[in-house]
Write a protein that binds this ligand. Sequence first.
Ligand SMILES: [Zn+2]
Length: 215
Amino acid sequence: MTDDDEAWIDVSVTVRHGMPHWPDNPPIVMQRAMELARGHACNLSHLAMGVHTGTHMDAPVHFIHQAAGVDQMPLTATMGPARVIEITDPREITADELREHRLQAGERVLFRTSNSPRCWQADRFVEDFVYISEPAAEYLAETRVRTVGVDYLSVGGYHADGAKIHRILLTAGIWIIEGLDLSAVRAGRYDMICLPVKLHGSDGAPARAVLRPIA
Ligand SMILES: [Zn+2]
């Protein structure tokens, strides 16, 4: 491993058979369709899952009729400087807390909440994860940040109006990363690379996300 390899921190979740997913989304099935141990020429896996599995991105068409698919995302939405912001509220991401961080137009912001060390350890879907409140979503839209990343499966809460939060952000042209695991990073500035799989016209796509601290 080179020094460069050590500098990059993987903030994506490993996709695995039977992993937790949003309750009404399809289950994650990953199985060997061919296997050396069974006399086949190679190991070859079959994968079936929703596109909003693990670390993934949402495209505008997820909640807006005939809007852009994930394959139309500009690469600059998720490649470049990003800021990890530590959220202290244990229940939701509030507009008041975000205002303290003086977000700027065009910023890529990732919210590290108590979800990161808590939710990904669970072997079932966690309902009471920390999510973006409606006033906070409005604030992000007004500020015109470029990209927002959250550390569990939705920007909106399970018991709140998640559709509304998605619509506020996506209508404002904000690109959404969901399902990050930010437990290995602290608040601060990073270079980010997060690339969703190029799925034609898709409302979402699994992604690999990595961060490198900016010295
Ligand atoms: Zn999603």
